[in-house]
Design a protein around this ligand. Structure first.
Ligand code: GDP
Ligand code: GDP
Length: 455
């Protein structure tokens, strides 16, 4: 009765859709200019990924959510790549390596008007080693006369080339059907957890913030850096470290340890690598440099974690460098710049002196607990009922929208669906989120709230 005006099946499917777990990840790889960004735009159905991106320009995001035939997945775009950083082969191999690492399936884009080049062959080798499902996209097949070019790409040994014109949309539907067949329902990374494997942590933060120092400190020894040259080896990049009596998996540590500092394009490398690590992790420890102002780059990394829906811990590193004055300003900065993630547990550490290392694990455990919290529907609605009675939505145009019913559709992170009798203003939605957090905790986790309005 509370849900009068809503169709029962619709309610069920809304809840199911909102409750989806982590989405499978599709990487789009290939040489520069083969049309990766154009294809990504096609797949996500909007022009968010910027084709005109100039090389070296830092991009805010490299992953996008997409949907095809009712299935949702994430797309990692490796376009916008600076090609002269390491020489073309190495750079293509490196960006492909990062993306493939995090992916559940790969679309390999080849320019069929050019045909398979040596660089394409190099990427094929990488793909073989990675063992992920591959869909071969023969791009720039703008018309029937170009189909023969596509057929030439059988020679790559990756199976059927799918003739596509990313620019005009030709053939993309058939290709996406093949993608859906290749993609698992849930990301492979989540399977490990089902059988109680170690929790996965990503250590992220801008260059020089102290990631490798912290990792060494936690691992208790200086390690030899492997994987010196991008694309030359693909050693396991996850590292098991015992902390607080438990084993934790630190993902993508080769990237942290890699000391090859690329000049141009380094930002793009860094953001791609961060995205890959965050995708693979359950919880991200974001390092912030106490000695420096909080930067746009810090904000971007945090946004990446929140948008990926991972648990979040803030580690303010280099605490040993602080004097009274800097400390005062740092606190103010944290409050103003990072106010939107006031829910994240914070530890003030020094990788150099070892200060507060023992506080890291409890903070991580708190964040993971928040991330997995499930609120029973009865309790949630008792809470919502009181909330609505005490703080009704402001009247707009003579009407007063009401929250009728809510349910938690999923965890990791917590996802809620609220059913309402009318449109809820952003301010009210934020208020509801704040009160939900006060009531149920959710420390260290983003929460998603979607609102469905009765027609
Ligand atoms: P990326 O470097 O692999 O991301 O490639 P872009 O998506 O930036 O595309 C490189 C160039 O190829 C751009 O000028 C695109 O307009 C063009 N392009 C992409 N897809 C197609 C296609 O299907 N047909 C034709 N004719 N041109 C395309
Ligand atoms: P990464 O690029 O994030 O892996 O950063 P590194 O671990 O390479 O550290 C960058 C620099 O910061 C190095 O010179 C470190 O010695 C220094 N550093 C790292 N952690 C601390 C810290 O807690 N205190 C101080 N004073 N310096 C640190």
């Amino acid at each position: 009765a509370a849900l009068e005006g809503f169709d029962a099946d619709e309610v069920e499917s809304e809840i199911a859709a909102a409750g989806h777990g982590p989405l499978p990840v599709l990487a789009v790889v290939g040489r520069p200019n083969v049309g990766k960004s154009t294809l990504v735009n096609r797949i996500i159905g909007r022009r968010e990924a910027v084709v005109e991106d100039k090389p070296g320009v830092t991009r805010d995001r490299v992953t996008y959510e997409a949907e095809w035939a009712g299935r949702r997945f994430k797309v990692v775009d490796t376009g916008g790549w600076e090609q002269d950083v390491l020489g073309i082969d190495a750079s293509v191999a490196a960006q492909a390596e990062f993306a493939i690492e995090a992916a559940d399936a790969v679309v390999f884009v080849v320019d069929s008007s050019v045909g398979a080049t040596d660089t394409d062959e190099a990427v094929v080798k990488l793909l073989r080693r990675a063992g992920k499902p591959v869909v071969l996209c023969a791009n720039k097949v703008d018309g029937p006369s170009a189909e023969a070019d596509a057929a030439m790409l059988w020679s790559l040994g990756l199976g059927e080339p799918h003739p596509v014109s990313a620019l005009h949309g030709r053939g993309t539907g058939d290709m996406l059907d093949a993608v859906l067949e290749a993609l698992p329902d849930a990301p492979a990374q989540t399977f490990g957890n089902a059988i109680g494997g170690p929790r996965r942590i990503a250590l992220v933060g801008r260059p020089n913030v102290g990631k490798s120092s912290l990792l060494n400190r936690l691992a208790g020894e200086e390690r030899v850096v492997v994987n010196e040259l991008a694309g030359t080896t693909r050693d396991p990049v996850d590292e098991l470290i015992e902390l607080g009596g438990k084993t934790w998996k630190f993902v993508d540590t080769a990237g942290i340890r890699r000391r090859v500092h690329l000049q141009e394009g380094a930002d793009y490398y860094a953001s791609l690598r961060t995205a890959a690590a965050v995708e693979k992790a359950e919880v991200a420890v974001v390092l912030i440099d106490a000695a420096e102002s909080i930067s746009v780059q810090d904000q971007r990394i945090i946004t990446m974690v929140v948008e990926a829906g991972r648990a979040l811990v803030l580690a303010i590193n280099k605490w040993d460098t602080l004097d009274e004055e800097r400390r005062f300003y740092l606190e103010r900065e944290l409050e103003t710049e990072l106010g939107q993630i006031a829910w994240a547990p914070r530890v003030n550490v020094s990788a150099r002196t070892g200060r507060h290392m023992e506080k890291l694990v409890p903070a991580i455990e708190t964040a993971l607990a928040g991330w997995e919290t499930r609120v029973p529907t009865g309790r949630l609605n008792a809470f919502l009922g009181e909330l609505v009675a005490a703080h009704p939505h402001p009247i707009r145009g003579g009407k007063q929208p009401r929250i009728l019913f809510g349910t938690q559709a999923g965890t990791k992170p917590p996802r809620f669906v609220l059913f309402a009798s009318g449109f809820l203003e952003a301010g009210y939605r934020r208020f509801v989120e704040r009160r939900l957090r006060e009531e149920f905790g959710f420390e260290g986790t983003p929460i998603h709230i979607s609102v469905r309005v009765r027609e």
